[in-house]
Design a protein around this ligand. Structure first.
Ligand code: SAH
Ligand code: AVI
Length: 337
């Protein structure tokens, strides 16, 4: 059932710790959207669940572990490209800007930018309140001078940002690292880029981390790590449904499955039913054949030119691109005008 999307006014949440420079806002998460989306997704002929629901407190903790895995190259590659090109990246963004990060998570790379840019304000948007609180507390203790506004919200829906704090509005620069953009469909990507372009305004810019196409073996290993942390991250979605939506998924009867779909240029993650079974979620009941899957995530890999075309379709001018030495990952600098 289509739910009318309404941008809610920001309600202030509890302040984080003692840091007076940190403010929390609730964004645009409608009550019951998790249940509605799960029921809708499990009713599709190819069962599917939106990847944004991976990130409860446990999912955010597991993702932080993934970022440190030997096989998961994207975090290391993006960190290394950020260090390598930091002076140019900072020049592109401009010192004293307002830095607005979407899907900020732990904010690993953000620290480097903040150090160099000394932004007028840092706005972090994330669906995971646990991730936001952890990152805000760390950044506030490291950068006591920095005003930090955290928005617990969904960037795939219309989203209002809290107004600037100062009298003079600084240039706005959106930051979307981690290749989270690869988890969006083509239409979601265009809608998201259009929304951020409107949010930064004609003087603004955006920097997007984009994972690059590469050897399928490297991709396979990154999403099938030996310690099975990615498997736990994937299965946690079912555990979260059990915890929050009165589900009765038996996690021993589902298995993590990830592979590179070369024709679509994406890694797909699924959960495979190991038996014929019937699962309850709230008042809904869903039947599974042996081998039937729930499609839980796409992680699109782009060439530099493919991503430039997407950015241009949303009205951005692809101004700069930076890569790590091994050519695994890219950061695109996009101008709004
Ligand atoms: N930017 C960080 C984290 C990437 S993980 C990095 O580069 O390491 C993806 C992050 O996006 C998670 O913190 C997750 O909670 C958040 N996220 C995923 N979908 C979201 C959505 N629709 N709206 C807001 N945040 C979302
Ligand atoms: C957040 N996102 C970019 C990660 C990715 O690589 O697509 C999520 C992830 N899924 C499995 N491992 C990591």
């Amino acid at each position: 059932m289509a739910r009318k999307q309404r941008v809610r006014r920001h309600a202030r949440l509890k302040p984080a710790g003692s840091a007076r420079s940190v403010r929390f806002f609730s964004g645009n998460l409608p009550a019951d959207s998790f249940l509605d989306d799960v029921i809708a997704g499990l009713s599709l002929p190819q069962k599917a669940l939106p990847p944004k629901y991976f990130y409860d407190a446990e999912g955010s903790r597991l993702f932080a572990r993934i970022c440190r895995l030997r096989e998961y190259y994207p975090t290391r590659a993006e960190l290394s490209l950020t260090r390598r090109h930091l002076a140019e990246i900072a020049r592109f963004a401009g010192a004293g800007c307002e830095l607005i990060e979407y899907g900020s998570g732990e904010g690993i790379k953000t620290r480097l930018l903040i150090e160099h840019l000394r932004p007028a304000r840092y706005v972090a948007v994330d669906i995971s309140e646990a991730a936001l609180r952890g990152a805000a507390a760390r950044l506030a203790s490291e950068f006591g001078w920095l005003p930090i506004d955290c928005v617990v919200g969904d960037f795939s829906r219309p989203l209002n940002l809290p107004p600037s704090r100062g009298a003079r509005s600084a240039r706005r620069v959106a930051y979307f690292p981690g290749s989270t953009i690869g988890n969006l469909s083509a239409s979601e990507t265009e809608a998201f880029l259009r929304m951020t372009r409107a949010q930064v305004g004609p003087r603004g810019a955006m920097m997007v981390g984009v994972d690059l196409k590469k050897d399928a073996n490297v991709l396979h290993a990154a999403y099938n790590d030996a310690r099975a942390v990615t498997a736990a991250f994937n299965l946690n979605l079912l555990a979260r449904i059990n915890r929050e939506l009165d589900g009765d998924f038996d996690l021993r009867r589902f298995r993590h499955y990830a592979f590179y779909n070369a024709s679509q240029g994406r890694v797909e993650m699924h959960l495979v039913s190991l038996a014929a079974q019937s699962v309850r979620v709230g008042r809904g009941r869903f039947d599974f054949e042996p081998g039937e899957t729930i499609h839980t995530e796409n992680s699109c890999k782009y060439s530099i030119d493919e991503f430039r075309v997407l950015a241009a379709q949303a009205g951005f001018r692809a101004a700069r691109v930076w890569c790590d030495r091994r050519g695994q990952f890219s950061l695109h600098g996009l101008s709004a005008a």
